[in-house]
Design a protein around this ligand. Structure first.
Ligand SMILES: C[S@@+](CC[C@H](N)C(=O)[O-])C[C@H]1O[C@@H](n2cnc3c(N)ncnc32)[C@H](O)[C@@H]1O
Length: 293
């Protein structure tokens, strides 16, 4: 297993991350357009760095947007080689000749991070900072990757994703809320057990300001796949349930665990992937700050 600070086997997560990227592509594209369009016009073609690039969903969208705007560079940075290689390949597949795509193996908790990355007009870090021991130091470090005037965009938090009807007809109603509660307990434990873990006692825009960034603000966007959902969305519901019940296992009752086993069994009549009433509804928040010119 590649070394990260969180004890998670990210290589094993590749297929689920990729599926989520594919399903959420239209929402990610809108965010990539908004961020690229907010960069100062003129000057040299923009450099976008994607920290913790995962399966590459946002890098793909950045590359598409930059290609449509005349070119630029996308640099993917991740701690896990298997993910990085797959993500770079996907991004190169859409980039065209005007967009340069590079992959850099990094530990985003390493103080030398800014030395191995180009000065960026936009640093995008989605759902990675909370996997690092000292989140304020991580933000400080990401701020040092910025070119003067560049934007740091940290996507963290939002609203917990909902996928299941309240009453599934098996087990106790309200499973979705109990999964979220169990996941939250795991999350606290994951953070507290991380070697060198330090609490971030402020919200994200305050952390960006503490890193010396200006013009801080946030926006949120909806992930909305209503029922009846396409096959790919149902598959991503299966992924969501596997992940939530896996990390939250200790916090679930025996009755809920039994229900989850049936929902995840493709041979069971209760298989969640065969239901036409599942959906994906969530919201992600992006927090931004700009380095002074
Ligand atoms: C939850 S995934 C997020 C992927 C993608 N950014 C997204 O929002 O879908 C976390 C990613 O951060 C990477 N990661 C975890 N710890 C890291 C570290 N210390 N340095 C760099 N990347 C790391 C993982 O390999 C994984 O690709």
């Amino acid at each position: 297993m590649a070394h990260t600070h969180d004890g998670i086997d990210w290589t094993e997560r590749l297929i689920a991350l990729r599926r989520a990227d594919e399903v959420d592509a239209e929402f990610n594209r809108a965010v990539a357009e908004r961020l690229v369009d907010s960069l100062a016009p003129g000057g040299s073609p923009p450099v976008v760095v994607d920290i913790g690039s995962g399966a590459g969903g946002m890098s793909v969208e950045f590359a598409r947007v930059l290609a449509a705007r005349g070119g630029g560079r996308v640099v993917l940075a991740d701690a896990v080689d298997e993910l990085l290689a797959a993500a770079v390949e996907r991004t190169r597949g859409v980039a065209g000749d005007a967009v340069r795509v590079d992959g850099v193996h990094v530990d985003a908790a390493d103080e030398g991070l800014p030395d191995v990355l180009p000065a960026a007009d936009l640093v995008w870090a989605s759902r990675v900072v909370h996997h690092l021991p000292d989140q304020q130091k991580a933000i400080d470090r990401l701020a040092r990757v910025l070119a003067p005037g560049g934007w740091l965009a940290v996507s963290e938090g939002g609203l917990a994703t909902r996928c299941l009807p309240w009453d599934l007809g098996i087990g106790e109603p309200g499973l979705g809320d109990r999964l979220t509660a169990a996941r939250d307990v795991w999350f606290r434990q994951m953070r507290s057990e991380m070697p060198g873990s330090v609490r971030l006692p402020v919200g994200w825009t305050s952390a960006l300001a503490a890193a010396g960034l200006v013009d801080t603000y946030s926006f949120s966007f909806l992930i909305d796949h209503p029922a009846p959902a396409a096959h790919a969305v149902r598959e991503s519901v299966v992924d969501w349930l596997s992940w939530m019940s896996g990390v939250g296992e200790d916090g679930l009752s025996e009755s809920d665990r039994r229900t989850v086993r049936r929902l995840l069994d493709p041979d069971d009549e209760a298989y969640v992937g065969a239901r036409d009433d599942v959906f994906v509804l969530g919201a992600s928040t992006v927090h931004l700050g700009r380095r002074k010119e």
